[in-house]
Ligand binder design. Structure first.
Ligand code: ADP
Ligand code: 5GP
Length: 184
């Protein structure tokens, strides 16, 4: 393990499989640490506070932004999301690789502050498959699916800004590529 861990920022449109690929990578390589974001959105059924997100009120979120507690933050589909700074810095200093699963606006802020961060674009095999996955997950209302598909157009355009692209065709293959990057 190197002295300072790798900071991998995984971006890509909602429904592309970021959560699926990252959890597969973590299962295979428990030395990688996934940052837990704070958010002002409501928990989905089954989501656990402190594990999936730290769920906070709008006021608590503003307080986090103002006190500098967040490495980056952004609004996504009408809700605020942000990365707590301290746990990320502690893990990196301890030599552990860290994954951030955040939107492109947040990824730009991370890259501006920490140029050594590696921005990884998780791409769908094609747009029809993206829509199929987003609906297949069954967690969103039709309105939310439409909103996320509209945002996906902007997110797909962000691919050239990223340092590397992983196509999520096969979950195992994509996860193995992510693990390789964590130790490169
Ligand atoms: P994201 O975190 O990017 O929003 P998810 O990880 O929730 O996406 O995945 C969205 C849906 O797509 C889930 O139902 C998941 O099981 C499915 N999925 C993810 N990766 C693949 C893949 N490589 N092939 C087929 N289905 C996938
Ligand atoms: P979801 O509501 O599906 O959990 O997340 C929606 C989007 O918010 C995801 O696609 C993810 O990229 C983004 N997101 C999650 N956490 C963060 C964060 O801490 N910062 C930023 N900028 N975006 C985040």
């Amino acid at each position: 393990m190197s002295d300072i861990g790798k900071l991998l920022v995984v971006v890509g449109p909602s429904g592309v499989g970021k959560g699926t690929v990252i959890s597969q990578a973590l299962e295979q390589d428990p030395t990688i640490w996934l940052s837990v974001s704070g958010t002002g959105r409501e928990p989905r059924p089954g989501e656990v506070n402190g594990t999936d997100y730290v769920f906070v009120s709008r006021d608590e979120f503003s307080e986090m932004t103002q006190s500098g507690a967040l490495l980056e933050w952004a609004e996504y589909a009408g809700n605020p999301y942000g990365t707590p700074r301290q746990p990320v810095q502690e893990r990196l200093s301890a030599g552990q690789s860290v994954i951030l699963e955040i939107d492109i606006a947040g990824a730009r802020q991370v890259k501006a502050n920490l140029p050594e961060a590696v921005l990884i674009f998780l791409a769908p095999p094609n747009v029809a498959e993206l829509e199929r996955r987003l609906r297949g997950r069954g967690t969103e209302t039709e309105e939310s699916v439409q909103r996320r598909l509209a945002i996906a157009q902007t997110e797909l355009a962000a691919e050239p800004e990223c340092d590397l692209v992983i196509v999520n065709d096969d979950v195992q293959v994509a996860a193995a590529q992510l693990i390789e990057l964590a130790h490169r």
